[in-house]
Design a protein around this ligand. Structure first.
Ligand SMILES: *[C@@H]1O[C@H](CO)[C@@H](O)[C@H](O)[C@H]1NC(C)=O
Length: 210
């Protein structure tokens, strides 16, 4: 069944995610104050506050990944799980973006070169790329590697630690990004190239991701 983005089911998915994340401890500084009252009971009774619900985020991702093969769902869930930590809306899988990502991945099959599809300074879409030695690397490995840049990012000053890269992480959690499509290719030399494209693109200079 094909569902448009504005259909009730889609809205229901978003609402259910919001409902699920309401009972969590948000990492967002502004949101954590809001949740203090809610969490008081749990602190008093000695229960640990609930984290974002993995199964709930997985279910929502599945609903936003119509006709997906398992690789696509793995990419989407990994992204939405990281976004859920910041109370961000889940991304929607986009078969056009997937097609674009796949066409670039196929071009990298012969060289496995860690190379963007857009010239520097002229990105039409957000784009994260990954290279791994050997064939064992899966979509979750790529997304986690990108997301691990969080430790270098300062929300307070909206800057990245000197000499470090944060852009892959900030693209993943970019609030205004809605859609994603990714690909994975095992290169001729036995290594892996993975890439994701995002729309609308994040990492607008001077803006915070969330
Ligand atoms: C996720 O979906 C499964 C299968 O439909 C269901 O049994 C489960 O209750 C759902 N979990 C959440 C947290 O929505």
């Amino acid at each position: 069944m094909k569902i448009s983005q504005s259909s009730p089911l889609y809205l229901l998915c978003l609402i259910s995610l919001i409902t699920n994340t309401n009972s969590t401890t948000p990492l967002h500084p502004a949101a954590s104050q809001l949740s203090n009252a809610q969490n008081t009971q749990e602190i008093v009774t000695g229960h640990r506050p609930k984290r974002p619900d993995k199964e709930g985020v997985y279910n929502v991702s599945k609903d936003l990944c119509w006709g997906c093969i398992s690789e696509a769902l793995e990419y989407l869930f990994a992204h939405n799980w990281i976004r859920a930590q910041k109370l961000e809306m889940p991304l929607i899988w986009d078969s056009q973006l997937e097609k674009y990502a796949r066409s670039w991945a196929i071009q990298r099959k012969s060289d496995c070169s860690l190379q963007h599809s857009f010239p520097e300074g002229n990105f039409k879409l957000g784009e994260n790329i990954y290279w791994g030695s050997g064939t064992s690397w899966e979509p979750t490995d790529a997304v986690n590697a990108w997301a691990s840049e969080e430790k270098f990012y300062s929300y307070a000053t909206n800057t990245c630690q000197a000499g470090k890269e944060c852009g892959h992480y900030t693209q993943i959690v970019w609030r205004n990004t809605r859609r994603i499509g990714c690909a994975r290719v095992e290169c001729d030399d036995g290594d892996v190239f993975m890439n994701c494209n995002y729309g609308p693109p994040g990492n607008i200079i001077g803006e915070r991701p969330y």
